[in-house]
Design a protein around this ligand. Structure first.
Ligand code: 13P
Length: 260
């Protein structure tokens, strides 16, 4: 099985202005040790208006952090008032872009088709998508969770070419909707089962070697107290952290979960 480099990303959602964002990253950098960055990637995903400030901070302080955006429009440019394009993000040294977060699917009507166009655009501009998939509470209770996630994966990756040498650039985040911001977390066993199902589907869409290289994150109430067991699962290669990433102490504990 391929060795995968875990990726831990903080999704700040619509929190923190650019001044608060600078402070948060400075504090995070203060709490992290050099060893915390070794063998894993650490990503912060602030709002669009903070990207330039955080890009500058990362550069000037030479921080080993990657910058992520929370969304993008699939087109390169055009009459799309209020939207931000992939080339604009790429110019800001953005490495990761979240696509199809459940909040965008539920609140802003993003279909698999739209998410698919975004994933294609992100890859076309040399950035890495964090493709979010996940079932609702009702879907889990109805026993259709795996079907829902597999169908989101198929729809969002339709026609997307992933080769062995760029498979590491694709990240899938399994985020059960019922676990987001609720304090409820999937058990490590349930999270593992779904991430393994994601990998099986990726193997059938591409092939086993490619699937073995794609990173699969878990997201949904990841905290300092549960990160270790989640990350210890064989098919979980990282975490997409919401609420806890807004605290520099908590996010540093999550990133530093390998310390003892
Ligand atoms: P919470 O960690 O706040 O549950 O949010 C998860 C999430 O949606 C990250 O994208």
């Amino acid at each position: 099985m391929a060795e995968r480099t875990p990726v831990i990303a903080g999704n700040w959602k619509m929190h923190r202005d650019h001044l608060e964002a600078i402070q948060l990253v400075q504090k995070l950098a203060y709490h992290l040790e050099a060893a915390d960055y070794e063998g894993q990637e650490v990503v912060v995903c602030p709002s669009f208006v903070c990207l330039r400030s955080i890009q500058t901070l990362i550069q000037s302080d030479r921080l080993p952090l990657a910058l992520g955006a929370q969304n993008c429009h699939p087109e390169d440019e055009g009459a799309f008032t209020g939207e931000v394009s992939p080339p604009m993000l790429q110019r800001l040294d953005v490495t990761y872009v979240i696509a199809g977060h459940s909040e965008r699917r539920a609140l802003f009507g993003e279909s698999d088709e739209i998410v698919n166009a975004k994933v294609a655009a992100i890859l076309r501009h040399g950035m890495r998508p964090i493709l979010c998939v996940g079932e609702t509470k009702e879907e889990r209770e109805a026993g259709t969770a795996v079907d829902v996630v597999v169908s989101q994966l198929r729809g969002s990756l339709a026609g997307i070419d992933i080769a062995l040498d760029n498979a590491e650039e694709v990240v899938v985040a399994y985020e059960p909707v019922w676990a987001i911001g609720t304090g409820l977390t999937a058990t490590p066993e349930d999270a593992q089962e779904m991430c393994a199902a994601v990998r099986t589907e990726l193997a059938s869409l591409y092939d086993q070697a490619i699937s073995d290289r794609i990173r699969v994150q878990y997201g949904g109430s990841v905290k300092p107290g549960n990160v270790k067991t989640l990350m210890g699962q064989p098919d979980i290669d990282g975490a997409l952290v919401g609420g806890a990433s807004l605290s520099s102490e908590d996010f540093a504990l999550i990133v530093g979960h390998r310390r003892d």
